[in-house]
Design a binder for this molecule. Structure first.
Ligand SMILES: Nc1nc2c(ncn2[C@@H]2O[C@H](COP(=O)(O)OP(=O)(O)O)[C@@H](O)[C@H]2O)c(=O)[nH]1
Ligand SMILES: [Mg+2]
Length: 243
């Protein structure tokens, strides 16, 4: 198969109910574009048949690849998907499509002339959040405050599940990742800044879905300690390009 222009990578954990509709919407959108594309679903640890359901959809969606990984975590899944992908541009996309897929156009070239990494932001000027419970918003802001103090001073939302990386940035950044869970985004963006890749925040419309795979209290604690791990890794020189 010809090298695609765009790869969409979808991490999926217990997504049997949301994934089929998401894949159909993304496929309909991509089919209408004039560039070539592929979709990669990466499942790990699901107990609801997500892998089988995604696999079965390959008969309906020809550009779909489905991977299963034994190792757990969103970060691990995204990393494996990024390596499997072959697109000139690689877009991480949550399975709940809390950002309508049409908004991907905002991330695409010619934007890369100014920045090779474009991240969806619920905080940038013009962004809108729909139906998000107040406590989730507050926890997100507290986490961003920690991120800004400890690691990345400039970015207002590192945790949105929609991000575009140009191929060369994937090859430089993703082999250096050590975090396999939710905080992989922070680590990837921290490394990106260290390597001198410019990052732009794209304001998006974001629709909160009540079903979430986040366990707020357990995961928040883990995400806090992950930030310290990233800082410590950096002190030990783990993020040099030649590491
Ligand atoms: N493959 C994989 N995907 C995960 C894992 N944990 C979360 N995800 C995916 O990460 C995305 C974001 O999760 P979601 O539940 O929407 O988080 P929220 O929007 O923060 O409530 C979804 O596509 C999930 O299926 C995991 O351990 N493995
Ligand atoms: Mg979500």
């Amino acid at each position: 198969m010809k090298k695609p222009f765009l790869s969409i990578i979808i991490p999926a954990f217990n997504e049997a109910s949301r994934l089929p509709e998401t894949l159909r919407k993304i496929n309909a959108y991509l089919t209408a574009q004039d560039y070539s594309s592929e979709i990669i679903v990466v499942e790990n640890g699901s107990s609801d048949g997500t892998y089988q359901i995604a696999n079965d959809m390959q008969s309906e969606i020809c550009c779909l690849t489905v991977l299963h990984e034994d190792r757990r975590g969103k970060g691990w899944a995204v990393r494996q998907g990024m390596f499997k992908a072959r697109g000139d541009y690689r877009f991480i996309c949550d399975a709940d499509l809390s950002m309508p897929i049409e908004e991907i156009a905002k991330f695409m070239p010619p934007l890369e002339l100014s920045a090779p990494i474009a991240i969806g932001s619920r905080e940038a000027l013009g962004a809108v959040r729909y139906d998000e419970p107040q406590y989730r918003h507050l926890i997100g802001r507290a986490f961003n405050w920690l991120v800004r103090i400890l690691l990345i001073h400039e970015l207002n939302d590192t945790q949105c599940g929609f991000k575009l990386f140009r191929e060369d940035t994937v090859n430089a950044i993703f082999p250096l990742l050590t975090i396999t869970g939710w905080t992989f985004d922070v680590e990837a963006l921290f490394i990106a800044q260290k390597l001198g890749f410019k990052i732009v925040e794209i304001p998006i419309h974001w629709h909160h879905h009540p079903h979430s795979t986040v366990k707020v209290f357990r995961d928040s604690f883990r995400m806090g300690t992950d930030l310290l791990k990233i800082r410590f890794n950096d002190l030990r020189g783990k993020y040099h390009a030649e590491a």
